[in-house]
Structures are given as C-alpha cells and as structure tokens.
Design a protein around this ligand. Structure first.
Ligand SMILES: NC(=O)c1ccc[n+]([C@@H]2O[C@H](COP(=O)([O-])OP(=O)(O)OC[C@H]3O[C@@H](n4cnc5c(N)ncnc54)[C@H](O)[C@@H]3O)[C@@H](O)[C@H]2O)c1
Ligand SMILES: O=CCCC(=O)O
Length: 493
C-alpha cells in the first residue's frame, strides 16, 4: 500500500519544522510561526518559523563566516560531498517523495520523478565541480603571459518555488556548493518541508557548518527577499518564480550589483504541425501540459494546432485526458493532483471565464472540483482560443488546455513569439528541416521536438525576454556561481 501520511515516514528525522542556521535547527527570533497545509485535504501538516529580516541576516552571516574556510576546499572534496548527498537522496527517495506529495500535491510517481531529478543535479555538479578550468590566453605582448582561473563568488542566496521545491533547490545549491560558494536557501512558504529534509541529508553528506542555511517564511517573504537582495555579504541571488517577483528582486539587487540568475515565468507554445504523428503529439501535450497539474514554468500554455488536423488532434487529446484520474497524490492511479496554491483555482477560473467571454468553447471540464476538499480543478480543454484572451499573454498554471488554430508555419512562429516572455517551446513535426527552421525562429531558451519534457540536468535550463537570464544545469550552471580572474605575468625579467 502507498504511504499516505507523515507517520508513514521511514526516517522520522527527515521531517523538520525549524529553520536551519549555522547547523542548528532554530525558531524565528520573533517566535512567530505559520502553518503548512496539504493542498489535497487542506489539513495541517506542520508549523514552521515565520522568519524575517533579522533571522535572514544571521543566516547570511553564518554563510559568510563558513565561506572563509569552505572556499579553500578542493573541487575533489566538494565533489565527494555532492556525490554522497546524491546517494543519500536516492536512498531516501520514498520518504522525500512522500513529504513532497503531502506539501505540494503532486502524485507520488511524479514526486519520485522530482526526487530523482533533484539528485541528478548533485551528481552532475559533482562532475562539473572538477571541470571549472581556466585558460592560458595567447598574448599580443611577447613580454607577458596571461592565464585565467575561476573562483567562487561568495554567499549565494537560493530562492526556490513551490512547484519543484526539491529539484529547484538542488539545481541551485548543487551548483553553488560545487563551485565553492556557501548558501542561504529560501523555500516557498507553501513547501518548506522537502527543502528542510534536504538539509538533514546534506549535513550527513559532510557539508560543514554554515555552508547551508535555511530561512522559512510565508507572510514575511518580501522582507526576507529584500534582506537577501540588499545584504552586501550576499554575492549571488538565484531565483525561480514569477516574472513579477523576479523584477522586484532584480531591482533590489541592483544596489549592490549582485550576480543574478533569474528563471521566471513562461508562456510556452506547443505547436502541432499537420505532418506530426498525432499519437506522439497527444502524448507530448499531456506531459507538457499536465505534469505537476499544469504548474511548471515550461508548461505548454498555448497549444497551436495546424488547421488540417485541428479537429482530429482535439478529439484524440480529449479522449486521452478523459481517461486521467484526478485525486490525492497519494492515491493509486491518480494522474492529476490538486493545485498547490490557494489562489490557483481562482486564477484558472479567471482564465476559463475570460476565454469563454472571448469566444472560447469549453469541450471538457471547466469547473472546480469543490467536493473533493482540496484545491482541485477539472482537467479542462478549450477550443477556438484567440489572441484577445488572457491565456495568450499570461501563464494559467493549471490543467487547462487552450487550443489555438493556425494555417502556415510563419503564422505559427508569429503567434508563438507574440508575448513578452520566452522560456520553453515544443514543436511536433516529422520534418527535420522544419524542426531546425522553427527552433531557430522561436524566441525562447529551450525547444523540445516531438517530446513534452525539457528537463535534464545536463541540458542548460533558462529563458530569454522576460523569462529571465542565466542558465541552470548543463555546463553553464556552475559558472553562474564563479567569477573569472585573470593573471598577467611579466616574463621579460
Ligand atoms: N517559474 C516558476 O517555476 C514559477 C513558480 C511559481 C510561480 N510561478 C508563477 O507565478 C504565479 C503566481 O504564483 P505565486 O502566487 O506563488 O506567485 P508570486 O509571484 O507571489 O510568488 C512567486 C514565488 O516568489 C516568492 N516570492 C514572492 N514574493 C517574494 C519577494 N518579495 N521576495 C522573494 N521571494 C518572493 C514566493 O515564495 C513564490 O515562491 C503562478 O501562477 C505562476 O504563473 C512561476
Ligand atoms: O518549473 C520549473 C522547473 C521545471 C523543470 O525543471 O522541469
């Protein structure tokens, strides 16, 4: 039988409910707390500290002190700790997945997928830590020699979202710790528990006191964010979340000119050309749209379908989605869990009602599932989507599929690029030349061809336009936490 509650945890110590500063589990200085709820039942899961600016400053100081020694560790030493952490995460996959499902709502299958994905960044950056080579530069002046090497930038603040609370932490912290930076983590208030569990395992893997610090907050998030962005001891801020918040943080960081990675909102198009295999396109669409109940930054937000196959694709997709079970993430056979955030159902209904007002035709679902008790929404399909609708400009972040119609390749590219953000895109076609042409023309950071998933630790993840800047994962990920230093040597005497 699948586990259903925190009492099913095999390792009870993975359930932590305090902040973590300088290797100690601590309350907020103010004594304030907030509650974490299970979005599938709205039942209480935990009470954790509501930390503020003063707690955050302490965490930053601890990380700053620890950096003085941590920066002297060798890449090999850091790689070994990352590998051990990876092993511990995988050994405890069942417990971590359970905590994740309970606080986020995603199914246990998806939660296990996220834990595996999270661990993959630790293994990946263990390798990358040892490959941050500098270079010997050919010189113009024969009396000089020039070489470069890379050094960790210092304290890194890692701000993770509630949709992938574990994987977004390891994608940031794995790179930072591998580079030789110490860290302060700020999980989203909705999902701090899986992140706190990570600190237990990282400590066990050997990371020294102060290398990892965690500040938990819900209502004081602006105060905590501001402290991280304005504290001069913080040298790097990496944020995954909405474009709205990303803009605020970038402004706050400008005062002390911090290095930034911004992985912000998307509005990914999924383009189905009439030469696509319908089965492949339906499968990719379900994954790209419904993974994590539609709450990923690269979720396919606009499904653009070429007119010749529009009806056939809509029918095939509807048939498949009707078969998917909605329910608690801990229940067997469930494919679509609740939404994580209390505001999410209202936001989705605003999109659905707006689409209806502008001529959209709801062919499946279209309403909340209030009787189920949590933040549930019927999987929804809307035909006849058009450019006037809210969804055209803004991500829905819910299991709502909006189908747009196009005639030509040029029109599809124009429609896809007609928005302020550019994170991911998916194209479905059997034509290799077309896949190249369209990939090159799309204003995004990542393109999936005939698949519905853009996530792999070895592939650089990030966007263009208002989706942000910097890359996580890939060979680029660790560079975001390092500065290049050049050394110029006089060899004439
Ligand atoms: N890119 C992503 O992965 C991602 C993640 C979460 C939300 N979103 C988008 O944002 C929408 C709304 O979600 P929301 O209500 O959580 O969004 P929000 O804009 O209120 O917050 C987004 C994230 O930023 C954090 N945050 C908020 N204010 C902050 C501040 N001043 N300083 C530091 N961190 C701060 C929150 O804890 C949360 O994790 C979603 O529907 C989705 O479109 C995107
Ligand atoms: O939602 C943000 C990240 C999703 C992913 O890495 O697949």
């Amino acid at each position: 039988m699948s586990p259903t509650s925190l009492s099913d945890l095999k390792r009870k110590d993975l359930f932590q409910t305090k902040g973590y500063i300088n290797a100690e589990w601590v309350s907020a200085k103010s004594g304030k707390t907030f509650d974490v709820l299970d979005p599938a039942t709205l039942k209480h899961l935990a009470t954790v500290p509501e930390m503020g600016a003063a707690d955050t400053a302490l965490a930053v100081e601890a990380a700053h002190e620890a950096f003085k020694e941590y920066k002297k560790t060798t890449a090999r030493q850091r790689a070994r700790m990352l590998r051990k952490w990876n092993d511990l995460v995988l050994e405890n996959i069942d417990d971590l997945a359970l905590i994740l499902t309970l606080e986020n709502g995603k199914t246990l299958t998806e939660a296990k997928g996220e834990v595996t994905y999270a661990a993959s960044f630790l293994e990946w950056f263990a390798g990358e830590a040892e490959r941050t080579h500098g270079e010997v530069v050919p010189v113009a002046n024969p009396n000089q020699r020039i070489l470069t090497f890379k050094q960790p930038v210092g304290v890194a603040a890692c701000l993770a979202p509630w949709n992938f609370p574990i994987a977004m932490i390891t994608r940031k912290a794995g790179a930072a710790l591998g580079a030789g930076c110490t860290t302060v983590w700020k999980p989203a208030g909705e999902t701090p528990l899986s992140c706190l569990a990570q600190a237990v395992l990282a400590e066990e893997a050997g990371f020294p006191k102060g290398a990892i610090n965690i500040v938990t907050t819900l209502d004081l998030v602006s105060e905590v964010g501001k402290e991280l962005c304005t504290n001069k001891l913080v040298k790097k801020v990496s944020f995954t979340g909405s474009t709205r918040v990303g803009k605020i943080l970038a402004e706050q960081c400008a005062g002390s000119v911090k290095k930034l990675t911004m992985e912000l909102g998307g509005n990914s198009p999924l383009i189905v050309f009439d030469d696509a295999k319908i089965d492949t396109a339906v499968e990719a669409c379900i994954l790209a749209k419904l993974r994590n109940s539609g709450q990923t930054c690269v979720t396919a937000n606009r499904i653009l379908v070429q007119s010749k196959i529009y009806e056939e694709f809509a029918d095939a997709l509807t048939k498949k989605i009707k078969e998917l079970k909605v329910g608690k993430g801990t229940e067997e056979g469930v494919f679509i869990g609740p939404l994580t955030h209390e505001r999410a159902v209202d936001k989705a209904m605003t999109h659905i009602n707006d689409a209806k007002k502008h001529g959209g035709q709801v062919i499946l679902g279209g309403a909340p599932l209030e009787k189920m008790g949590g933040y549930f929404l019927q999987p929804t399909i809307i035909k006849n989507m058009n450019s006037q609708m809210l969804t055209t400009r803004e991500e829905i972040f819910a299991p709502v599929v909006g189908l747009y119609k196009f005639e030509t390749e040029e029109e599809a590219i124009d429609m896809a690029n007609d928005c302020d953000v550019g994170l991911g895109a998916f194209i479905m076609t059997e034509s290799i030349p077309r896949s190249w042409r369209v990939t090159e023309a799309l204003e995004v950071g990542m393109v999936g061809v005939n698949l519905g998933l853009l996530s792999a630790c070895e592939s650089p993840f990030g966007g263009v336009k208002e989706s942000g800047y910097g890359r996580e994962g890939g060979r680029q990920g660790i560079q975001e936490y390092m500065a290049v230093k050049s050394m110029l040597i006089n060899v004439a005497n």
